[in-house]
Ligand binder design. Structure first.
Ligand code: NAP
Length: 248
């Protein structure tokens, strides 16, 4: 399989899109580090599923918004697995409300967990990737980072920030054999979107040419491509996976 012998760290891999990415990369031969914030039961479930695919799995509880915790996480990963080949910055949260009502805490929480996290984990990981002169980084952005969305100024800012970060770091690391790309999902059926009312979902579907929300696997397949050898000459790009709701 094309990812045989690779070690992949997926942040926020206990549930949703991250879990699906972890399983997809494991199915293609990678050993997986499953990062999560608090849901130990779900993280252990992902671990069991990775192991059932015949791959090694390590669970690491760490807040991706915490710089020191991320440095330690990468040290622990390299100590336990020997190296880090692939980093998928997937962990994320929402604190949706109109800007007029948005509290500073809502802004700070989303920017820290969704954007500072990408700085934290990428900086800690490229230290090892630079030495190895190879690596693959995929950052999970959002269609909202490209289009904007009322009620999500904090989330849109963080997800747009990821796109600029991706391009800058792609330029810094290309000569060392590292690629850095973003995947921008549309609306995907996970716990994050399960809070939306039927009416909101129907309105969303009306704006999606394919007429449905995406599945986590739709995102995982795009990530699996970008971390593979087939994507060796692709860096600094954003791959939109959204059923046609936004076309770059
Ligand atoms: P989800 O189902 O809510 O899962 C979020 C994951 O992130 C969980 O594994 C959670 O861990 C982890 N997490 C949250 N805060 C964390 C922290 N501080 N440190 C470490 N891990 C943390 O979300 P999802 O829908 O799969 O979304 C995954 C990514 O895709 C996010 O970046 C999201 O913004 C992006 N995205 C989602 C959609 C969508 O429609 N669903 C669309 C575009 C982009 P615990 O289980 O421990 O809480």
């Amino acid at each position: 399989m094309q990812l045989d012998g690779k070690v992949a760290l997926v942040t926020g891999a206990s549930r949703g899109i991250g879990r699906s990415i972890a399983l997809m990369l494991a199915a293609r031969g990678a050993d997986i580090v499953i990062n999560y914030a608090g849901n130990t039961e779900a993280a252990e479930q992902t671990k069991a599923e990775v192991e059932a695919l015949g791959r090694k799995a390590l669970v690491v509880k760490a807040d991706v918004g915490d710089t020191v915790a991320c440095e330690k996480m990468l040290e622990d990963v390299v100590a336990a697995m020997g190296k880090i080949d692939i980093l998928v910055n997937n962990a994320g949260i929402t604190r949706d409300t109109l800007l007029m009502r948005m509290k500073e805490a809502d802004w700070d929480a989303v920017l820290t967990t969704n954007l500072k996290s990408v700085y934290n984990c990428t900086k800690a990981a490229i230290k090892y990737m630079m030495k190895a002169r190879s690596g693959r980084i995929v950052n999970i952005s959002s269609v909202v980072g490209a289009m904007g969305n009322a009620g999500q100024a904090n989330y849109a800012a963080a997800k747009a920030g990821i796109l600029g970060f991706t391009k800058a770091v792609a330029k810094e690391t290309a000569s060392r054999g590292i690629t850095v790309n973003a995947v921008a999902p549309g609306f995907i059926a996970t716990d994050m979107t399960a809070v939306l009312s039927d009416k909101v979902v129907d309105n969303l579907k009306a704006g999606i040419p394919m007429g449905r929300l995406g599945a986590p696997e739709d995102i995982a397949k795009a990530v699996a491509f970008l971390v593979s050898d087939d994507a060796a000459y692709i860096t600094g790009q954003t791959l939109h996976v959204n059923g046609g709701m936004y076309m770059d």
